[in-house]
Design a protein around this ligand. Structure first.
Ligand code: TYD
Length: 226
């Protein structure tokens, strides 16, 4: 039995984690086993690498070293969490995956696209996402949402949030380009809308794409009078 692998991508403050929680609840309500996870991280060893990366500990090592560390975290995440869950037949929902390496580490040609593609082939292998939602918001809106979230949690900016707005706007374009390049796998979602509207669009896409995997909804019982 093989599950389904759905990834959520986009810039900062696009609302990925909210939408993952909502999709997980809707799938579970249909009797589907769901595993939610995130990158970098998702497994004990990968979470340790995450800590170093987001504190900026690897920035001075350069783009290649950062890409290798994201990839090392992904290797462990795939082996210890994603592949076992898929083998159990679960739907795996991941907050970011390999497209983030393409977009962030490949930004402005800082690493050769061929190198990133090779790394992805070696690390991801056949475990490609069945469906990827690219949540799109203008950089300014995304950054202001991310700032509000940080304030609520009393957190500081991380390695990538600290980059300027031009970086984040180029990042947005990089994700849009990935969506255009792989339209079969990627679905672009306008994430400026209210979270409820975004949730409905995502659910409609999941129902359409995985109709054969979703058990039919319980029919609503009609009350018979008399
Ligand atoms: P996170 O706090 O999860 O950010 P967000 O809520 O925006 O998803 O931090 C993850 C950061 O790591 C984010 O800035 C994107 C970056 N990243 C990469 O640069 N490359 C990668 O391969 C991945 C998975 C994430």
């Amino acid at each position: 039995m093989s599950g389904r692998f759905i990834t959520f991508e986009g810039g900062e403050g696009a609302g990925k984690s909210t939408q993952i929680d909502r999709l997980a609840r809707r799938l579970e309500a249909r009797g589907i086993a769901v595993v939610t996870t995130r990158e970098p991280g998702g497994s004990d060893r990968a979470e340790r690498i995450r800590g170093a990366l987001l504190r900026g500990g690897a920035k001075s090592l350069g783009h290649l070293a950062e890409a290798l560390l994201f990839s090392a975290a992904r290797l462990d995440h795939l082996d210890s969490k994603i592949r076992p869950a898929l083998a159990d037949g679960a739907f795996v929902l991941s907050d970011r995956f390999a497209d983030s390496t393409r977009a962030y580490q490949g930004l402005d040609g800082s690493l050769e696209p061929g190198l990133i593609a090779s790394l992805e082939r070696v690390v991801v292998g056949a475990t490609k996402p069945d469906l990827t939602f690219i949540l799109d918001v203008p950089a300014e809106l995304g950054l202001s949402r991310a700032a509000a979230r940080r304030e609520a949690k009393a957190e500081g900016v991380d390695r990538f949030e600290a980059e300027d707005i031009a970086f984040h706007e180029r990042l947005r374009q990089a994700f849009l380009a990935i969506g255009r390049k792989e339209p079969e796998r990627c679905l672009l979602i306008d994430a400026r809308e209210h979270a409820d509207a975004v949730e409905e669009r995502i659910w409609a896409a999941v129902e359409a794409r995985f109709a054969a995997d979703l058990p039919a909804e319980e029919p609503v019982r009609k009350a018979h009078a008399g």
